[in-house]
Structures are given as C-alpha cells and as structure tokens.
Design a protein around this ligand. Sequence first.
Ligand code: FMN
Length: 329
Amino acid sequence: MAETRLPAALQGLRIPMIAAPLFIISVPDLVIAQCKAGIVGSFPALNAREAEGEPPLLDAWLTQISEELDRHNQAHPDRPAAPFAVNQIVHRSNARLDRDLEICVRHKVPIWITSLGARVEVNEAAHSCGGVVLHDIINNTFARKAMSKGADGLVAVAAGAGGHAGQQSPFALIREIREWFDGPLALSGAIATGEALLAARAMGADFGYVGSPFIATDEANAVQGYKEMIVDSGAEDIVYSSLFTGVWGNYLRGPVEAAGMDPDNLPVADASSMNFSSGSSKPKAWKSIWGAGQGIGAVKSVGSAGAIVDRMAEEYAAAGARLAQDFQG
Ligand SMILES: Cc1cc2nc3c(=O)[nH]c(=O)nc-3n(C[C@H](O)[C@H](O)[C@H](O)COP(=O)(O)O)c2cc1C
C-alpha cells in the first residue's frame, strides 16, 4: 500500500486492514500475531486487568508487545511488523482512563482507537507522544463531532459489525462521511473476506476493520466453544440487542437462548446502564453472551491469526485482479 496522504503509522501495511479491538479476547499474543502478519493489531486497554495492589498490567503488555515486535523487525527487516493500536473506552464509567492514558503516552503508543465518547484531552494525550487517533462512530453526526474534538481519523461502524454496532448501510455511511472528510477512514462491519476488504476500498474507505474472524484463532483469549460457534455460525445466527451493555450490538443467538432468553424478543436496555468500571457486572455479560458480527459465515476453521491475514490477502489480490479486467481497454 502506498497511501502517502495517510499518517506514517498507517502506511505500508501488507493489506489495508486493521484488526479490531475485542473486549476480553484481544491479548498480547493475538496483537503480536496480527502485527507480524502485516496488519495493525489492537486491544482494548481495559483487557489488561491486574489484581488489586499489583502494578498495572497495561504497562507490562505494552512492554511485551513493543519488545516482541522490535525483535521481529530486527530478524526480518524485509517484512517488518505493522504498528499496533490501543483502544480506549472514553466513557465516564471508565475510572481507569486517566491512568491508562498516562501509560500509553509513556509507551508512545502509535495508534489510538477511541470508542463511546470523543474527548479533546484524550486526543491531546495521544498527540503529545506522536500517536494517531481513530475514533469509532455509527453515523455522520458522531463523525463530525469526533473530528471537531481533534481525532485524526474515523472508524465507521456499519450494520452487521460484531459487538457494539450501527444500523446504517456501509454504502450510505461511507458516502456521507467522504462528502466532507478525506482523512483516514476505516470501515467496520462483517468484513471477513478479501473481497469485502476490496469493496470497502472501492467505496472510499482506506481500511477494513476486522473483528469477529479473529475470535476463532489460536491466539484469541476465548473458550473453545466460542471459537467453534464462530466457525459453525452465519449471519442468521446473529441477534441485535441493547440488553447486554446498554448499547446496541450484535451477539450469537446460541448463548442468549442457553441463558433462558428469547433472542427474537429481548427487552430494550437503557443507555444509562452502560458501565465499564472494574467492579461492574456488565463486562461479565461478554463472557457468557458472546459478541459476533454477521460476516462469520466466511470463517471455516479455527487456526492462526496469520492464516486469516494470508487468506484475506490472497482473496484481496485475486478480487482486485478479476475486477481490473473490467477496466482494461
Ligand atoms: C466480542 C467483541 C468484543 C468487542 N469489543 C470491543 C471493544 O472492547 N472496544 C471496541 O472499540 N470495539 C469492540 N468491538 C467491536 C469491534 O472493534 C469491531 O467494530 C467489530 O468487531 C467489527 O465487526 P466484525 O466483528 O463484523 O468484523 C467488539 C466486537 C466483538 C465481536
């Protein structure tokens, strides 16, 4: 990729792809594998949870990831690792935010992904260490707001995305944002093949933002049953609900049924029930109620994260070559 209008941290990826941060699931092994495979790897800062009284686990994770990627780059200067991203949940219930920002500035985190709230101070913290901020949004209004608060780029979370997701068609969302914004733009939602990645690029996005396929990987911090359910499920097995976190999102039906609920008649939750404090019971919901996006029909087996990137890179190149024929002559 030679996209010189993008910030340096987002240039030179093997394919134009950012691995999305996944609550609980994204741990250093997964992030390192994603970056070594040539795409941006990421994790939510909140995944690094130390026991009370212990030093911040986030500090240790960032040291581990940086050292491992440095070692890789020294050994393989011909195929250096892509940079990594840390996701900050910018919600008032995240009591750790200030501490986590300080740790990320100290480690000079190259890419920052912010969700659930756009705040000037968070963007300033990222910029103070040379970081690039991508803020995730589900509509054009939030996109404008995020940019007005100083983000550098956007992640447009369209219909069908795993976890918290929007309801708009990606065609509409990307089009509306591209009418006024020409900076870094990633598209999120059911991108699980190289063909879908190419479609995202054709629509005007710079990157595909891919989450659910990485749940079914050896490196993911998920129980085997969850990984297998990703492999065995398709778009019809996904339900859209606000019940589990207070924000609308996509989940696998099976565990919802197993918990004694009717996936087709779930009550609507109040947004004020959102809580990301460490003592909250809400994150536990994600342990028993499993998030996933509509693209998982493309996931056929549990394997390495690198194998997903290899597959998508091959599909991307083949789809590009096939479509290029339409424009010859
Ligand atoms: C299980 C799960 C957990 C997620 N956790 C987070 C999170 O902590 N922070 C965040 O910004 N997005 C989170 N997301 C959303 C993803 O970052 C991304 O938008 C989504 O996975 C993309 O759609 P896809 O799963 O269809 O590829 C999560 C998604 C899933 C499936």
